[in-house]
Design a protein around this ligand. Structure first.
Ligand SMILES: CC(C)(COP(=O)(O)OP(=O)(O)OC[C@H]1O[C@@H](n2cnc3c(N)ncnc32)[C@H](O)[C@@H]1OP(=O)(O)O)[C@@H](O)C(=O)NCCC(=O)NCCS
Length: 195
């Protein structure tokens, strides 16, 4: 770039420095609470084709029947994270299934995911569940690291389709959330082979 008689050469770092006018560190209060009806459109931020709308509505309906709990994280009136709990799927094992954990990208790595899981566990503990279970795609290293840091152990799983053993793309992690019983974390729903 020519400025007067002199040539100014910008390197990438200099451009980045010029781009940032001011750096702010702002305290933001994040509240984790049950999802309300008017939150639902905000839960669909990741839905491009409307496919997830049915799942969101069905889960909200399940919450109103006491079969699910939908937790949301809210910052400045905007939903920035969610964790849902299925209270019925593994109820016979006194286990609540935490799923659909999501934190909006610009709010990640500040503890909201950890807070959502802690709040989900607290909810289950209050309802006298003994274990919390999470499942995640094997390749989702960020989520697996988070779950294991929080004390979740992988449940050995065998899937058999037409007598063939196949890899489980969504293995489960489990954690005991009260002092009563550790059996579920040590057992498998279907088999005993870790794939
Ligand atoms: C997985 C996911 C929910 C984690 O949410 P998150 O809010 O970023 O989680 P946290 O902030 O609690 O923890 C993430 C990292 O930030 C770190 N962290 C937590 N609090 C922090 C803080 N106050 N300051 C700096 N770092 C912090 C954690 O130690 C962790 O570090 P790691 O990457 O080395 O493991 C998020 O990445 C996500 O929404 N992913 C897409 C959806 C998904 O994969 N969901 C899981 C399967 S259903």
């Amino acid at each position: 770039m020519r400025a007067g008689n002199s040539t100014v050469i910008f390197n990438a770092d200099a451009k980045a420095d010029l781009g940032q006018v001011r750096l702010l560190t702002v305290p933001v209060e994040v509240s984790i609470r049950r999802c309300r009806f008017d939150d639902l459109p905000m839960l669909e931020w990741y839905s491009e084709d409307g496919h997830d709308t049915d799942v969101v509505l069905a889960t909200y309906e399940a919450q109103s029947h006491g079969e699910a709990v939908m937790l949301v994280a809210e910052a400045n009136g905007v939903v920035c994270g969610q964790a849902w709990i299925d209270l019925t799927r593994f109820a016979l094992d006194c286990t609540g299934a935490i799923w659909a954990i999501h934190v909006t990208p610009c709010m990640r790595n500040v503890g909201i995911g950890t807070g959502l899981i802690a709040a989900a566990e607290e909810t289950l503990r209050d309802m006298h569940f003994e274990h919390a279970e999470l499942s995640v795609e094997k390749s989702n290293a960020d989520a697996v690291r988070l779950y294991e840091r929080l004390g979740y152990c992988r449940i050995p799983t065998t899937l058999s389709l037409d007598c063939a053993i196949t890899s489980d793309p969504y293995p489960s992690w489990c954690r005991q959330i009260n002092g009563f019983c550790a059996s579920r974390c040590e057992s498998s729903r279907i088999g005993q082979l870790t794939l």
